[in-house]
Design a protein. Structure first.
Length: 503
């Protein structure tokens, strides 16, 4: 035959649409043409495929070769189409059998020697393929097999080279067949630092426990050396365990970015970008849209240290994802949507020198300088942060204590129980409740409602702040295993909500 048709996958954000690779050999002057909106990496496949075929003792057809990547209006990028193009040429020229090619999908970049190199996004492709109607076998480079096989019931066939794949089709029954790859259950030990290393700061630990139980955002304000970064780094260790679906979403995002490691399976991501990061670094972007820090922190923690040092326009891009949990990257020719269900943890000093309100009285900043520094964080962004708490400097007596604090495992048990109560009641975390959900599940008793009404009038809170305080109070009640949100829960939530610029 002079025509071969194979299936592969492209990447557009988190989606992995199917691509049909059509290879046609015709008479005429020898040429090699790839059509179907290929990027430069795909066009360069001509030289990689030719060298791989020749170095593996195959005959490279001295004919007019046309490769069509359909659909034609979908941009194709990266070297993942090398393997299906090479197999298509071999099948169209009669060098390998073609009767079972349609039973598989293929991705893989070829080296000049014919070895298969890993590609990014294998997990996202396997996830999309598993939700297709036919569920074919998926032939991938051996280095991508572990991550692709994390998708349950996916038929993953790893190959080390082009010859391995050709042997699979040349020997219908025999030792040359590719074997299905099964990933053993992953039981990776957590890599998070422990809360037992933190001395003192009991109020901040309590706030972080509440934040973990309800997936609330938090801003810590305190002088240098008070332990803000140390406390934030320990938050992932007390978050509720990840479900299979959450772990797949998080791992697929890492895979799309080319940074997935099997050792981090089912571990909450912790991202801490430097304050010089750009808006594109946080949100994502590029000619071929890639996820940014807020998406890479999906189902985990995004820690922004020295919050006022970030460019104000950079911080403003967090406003929509904090509300919606998703981010859409739009370019002239492409649009990609990524999940961004991150938990924001931020830290800042109270003033430029860092010692405003310190017991030692070391601050020499003027009131205007303090106001300008705190004013770098806009009101709309501050309104979206659930908790804003002070972190006091530790006393010498606390530092000299030899007794360890409460371990993360004990805190994590309480958090897991509170989170399970939320799932049983409303099937989501308290922070993700809609206004109707707040009315249904967070309504306080009469004394709590009266206390909240007084706080609203005294502090001039917005409707968003009202709902966020109720969600906080509901989480505090869940930690106490209380069915009704009482005045004590509302009072603690109000205390945790005190913003920087409130009277």
């Amino acid at each position: 035959m002079s025509l071969a048709v194979l299936k592969s996958r492209a990447l557009t954000g988190m989606a992995a649409p199917q691509v049909t690779v059509e290879v046609h050999l015709a008479n005429g002057l020898p040429s090699f043409t790839i059509v179907g909106l290929p990027e430069t990496e795909v066009k360069e496949a001509k030289d990689r495929v030719r060298a791989a075929l020749i170095n593996n003792r195959f005959e490279f057809p001295n004919r007019r070769i046309v490769v069509n990547l359909a659909p034609a209006d979908l941009p194709k990028e990266s070297g993942r189409f090398d393997l299906p193009i090479a197999l298509g040429i071999l099948a169209a020229s009669g060098q390998i059998p073609s009767d079972t090619l349609h039973c598989y999908e293929y991705v893989g970049e070829l080296s000049l020697s014919g070895a298969l190199r890993p590609i990014r996004g294998a997990l996202a492709m396997a996830y999309a393929m598993q939700h297709s109607s036919d569920r074919p076998g998926f032939i991938v480079p051996r280095d991508n097999a572990d991550e692709a096989a994390l998708v349950q019931d996916a038929c993953i066939l790893p190959a080390g080279s082009l010859l391995d794949v050709c042997a699979h089709f040349a020997t219908p029954d025999g030792d040359g067949r590719l074997a299905r790859h099964i990933v053993p259950p992953q039981h990776c030990a957590p890599l998070y630092p422990d809360f037992s290393e933190v001395k003192g700061q009991l109020q901040v630990k309590r706030a972080l426990e509440i934040a973990a139980a309800g997936q609330h955002s938090i801003l810590m304000v305190g002088p240098p050396g008070a332990g803000k970064s140390m406390l934030a780094a320990r938050l992932p260790g007390i978050l509720p365990p990840m479900t299979e679906r959450q772990a797949l979403e998080s791992a697929a995002l890492q895979s799309v970015n080319g940074a997935f490691a099997i050792a981090r399976w089912k571990q909450r991501p912790y991202r801490a970008p430097h304050h010089t990061a750009s808006a594109a670094a946080l949100v994502g972007g590029g000619g071929v849209p890639r996820p940014g820090e807020i998406s890479l922190a999906h189902q985990g923690v995004l820690f922004l240290d020295e919050l006022p040092e970030f460019d104000r326009r950079v911080l403003e891009v967090l406003r929509e994802p904090l509300e919606s949990g998703r981010v859409t990257i739009s370019r002239a020719a492409r649009q990609a949507e990524f999940p961004a269900g991150f938990q924001l943890i931020a830290a800042m000093n109270p003033c430029p020198c860092g010692y405003f309100g310190h017991a030692g009285g070391a601050c020499r900043c003027s009131p205007d300088a303090v106001a300008r520094y705190q004013g770098k964080i806009s009101g709309p962004l501050l309104d979206r942060i659930d908790m804003q708490i002070p972190v006091a400097a530790l006393k010498h007596e606390d530092l000299q204590q030899s007794a360890a604090g409460e371990p993360s495992s004990a805190i994590a048990e309480r958090v897991a129980l509170a989170f399970e109560r939320q799932l049983q009641r409303q099937d989501r975390a308290n922070s993700r409740l809609t206004p109707n959900g707040v009315d249904a599940h967070c309504r306080p008793d009469d004394s709590g409602a009266q206390l909240l009404s007084h706080a609203m009038n005294r502090l001039n809170w917005s409707a968003r702040a009202y709902h966020r305080v109720l969600k906080l109070a509901r989480t505090i009640a869940d930690l106490a295993d209380a069915r009704i949100v009482a005045a004590a829960h509302v009072a603690e939530a109000i205390q945790l909500r005190r913003a920087l610029r409130e009277p």
